[in-house]
Design a binder for this molecule. Structure first.
Ligand SMILES: Cc1ncc(COP(=O)(O)O)c(C=O)c1O
Length: 445
């Protein structure tokens, strides 16, 4: 007789508790000094009775403090797209660690990293930050400064990090703070316009107000499941932003999964600015933002040099020598075109496996692939907007699937069923996921 979702969940929670006693001890001890027992509060959101404490991770293999081994498809939510601790990055970082980490001066790696970013993404002028969040924050400020306009337009259910202006959704057709928005500095409607992804009419209407400094978007949404752009969406977005005098920032932090130059290079996009972070230094903190010649010229015209360190775009450790050494090695030797070719093929295999399980068990689900990233969602039709994708969420089922996978040595990205391939992922790893999914599909009520 089949078990209900709560019954299956209880069985999996018991199994989890039995196989993770040391993680529990460490979490309990940490509760003395860490808020909620974790260094970042979202770490409590993993399914299970407590977070898994990891001991080591190499390539796409992660081992926890109880000795459980996992095939890692989460890969630090893209921070480890290079695989954990890739040898060239580690070697470059080790060399750098011995010879000065941060100095307030440029290092020899800075220029070559800028060159490689230009070659990959097609924008010529680069700056560095310590995170993708900061890259977005700085890009937004620059857009407001050079256009003299106050607002940013984002798409519903976007995620661009903890950037105040982007923690927004739509309620009754108006911008509203997202659920859980912590202490917003001003009402979100003062800084932000929000429309649904792929809704060109709404986009045009909002841009017509003439107060939008820039549109900030991922080329495909990846943080509410994957929502792909409709055919022609990007051409229209570009035309409409140009016509309205609004700049276009493309955030490639996750969509780097499409290839060495991200979605932008794969699909010939022409953003005014491009932001990225997470993976480009193999997991060592780095963000980057690039801009066209035209934007750079306007930025330089507006720069107040005697206050360049205190004007709201900054960071003492930004552009530090360690980050740039790691970025140079990761870009030149790890996240190469050859690596992406293999990773994307594995993404195809992963999506194919999920599709077979969906068909075999008659599930009302679908899988969407974006390069070497795959997401499966609990709706028959691929969503066309963040709102549609959010409506397809089933938190109970999502938690069960994550825990079921985790108990069988497979780590999926938390909060949604997303998997990412890295240079060391193998076909056998992908097939192990397919087998685990088939196992749970057979058990679902
Ligand atoms: C598209 C996108 N941009 C920016 C960020 C922010 O990255 P970070 O938290 O590393 O600053 C994220 C984080 O998930 C993201 O998905």
């Amino acid at each position: 007789m089949s078990q209900s979702i709560p019954e299956l969940m209880q069985r999996e929670l018991d199994r989890f508790a039995e196989s993770h006693p040391r993680s529990r001890e460490l979490r309990d001890a940490a509760e003395e000094t860490l808020l909620s027992g974790v260094p970042m509060n979202w770490m409590t959101r993993w399914p299970g009775t407590h977070p898994v404490v990891f001991a080591r991770a190499e390539g796409n293999t992660l081992v926890d403090v109880d000795g459980n081994t996992y095939v890692d498809f989460c890969l630090g939510d893209t921070g480890a797209m290079s695989g954990h601790s890739p040898a060239p990055t580690v070697a470059a970082a080790e060399r750098r660690l011995r010879h000065g980490i941060t100095t307030m001066l440029p290092s020899e790696d800075a220029g070559p990293v800028g060159e490689e970013m230009s070659r990959r993404f097609g924008l010529r002028h680069w700056q560095f930050s310590l995170s993708a969040t900061d890259a977005n924050r700085f890009a937004l400020r620059l857009c407001r400064e050079i256009t003299g306009r106050p607002k940013v337009l984002v798409f519903n259910h976007c995620y661009h990090g903890s950037v105040d202006e982007t923690v927004a959704t739509i309620a009754d057709g108006h911008p509203a703070p997202r659920l859980g928005s912590v202490g917003p500095p001003v009402p979100i409607a003062e800084t932000t316009r929000v429309v649904e992804f792929n809704d060109l009419a709404a986009l045009e209407a909002e841009l017509a107000h003439g107060d939008v400094a820039c549109v900030l978007t991922e080329p495909a949404l990846t943080n509410i499941g994957i929502v792909l752009p409709d055919p022609g969406f990007h051409d229209a977005l570009r035309e409409l932003t140009r016509a309205a005098g609004s700049l276009l920032i493309i955030d490639e932090t996750h969509t780097l999964c499409c290839g060495p130059g991200g979605y932008t290079a794969e699909h010939g996009l022409e953003p005014d600015l491009l932001t990225i972070g997470k993976a480009i230094a193999g997991g060592i903190p780095t963000g980057a933002y690039g801009m066209t010649d035209a934007v750079a010229e306007r930025v330089l015209e507006k720069t107040v040099w005697e206050a360049a360190d205190v004007g709201g775009v900054g960071g003492t450790l930004a552009g530090n020598a360690l980050s740039l050494a790691a970025a140079r090695a990761t870009l030149d030797e790890v996240l190469t075109a050859e690596a992406f070719a293999r990773m994307v093929a594995l993404g195809e295999r992963f999506a194919g496996g999920v599709g077979e399980v969906i068909a075999a068990h008659g599930l009302d689900w679908q899988a969407t692939r974006l390069g070497c990233r795959v997401e499966y969602m609990f709706a028959r039709q691929a969503p066309r907007s963040g709102g549609e994708a959010a409506a397809a969420f089933d938190t109970g089922l999502d938690a069960l699937l994550h825990l079921y996978m985790l108990n069988r040595g497979i780590l999926m990205t938390p909060f949604h069923m997303m998997a990412l391939m890295c240079p060391t992922t193998t076909e056998a790893d992908v097939d192990a996921h397919t087998a685990a999914l088939a196992e749970i599909a057979a058990e679902l009520p």
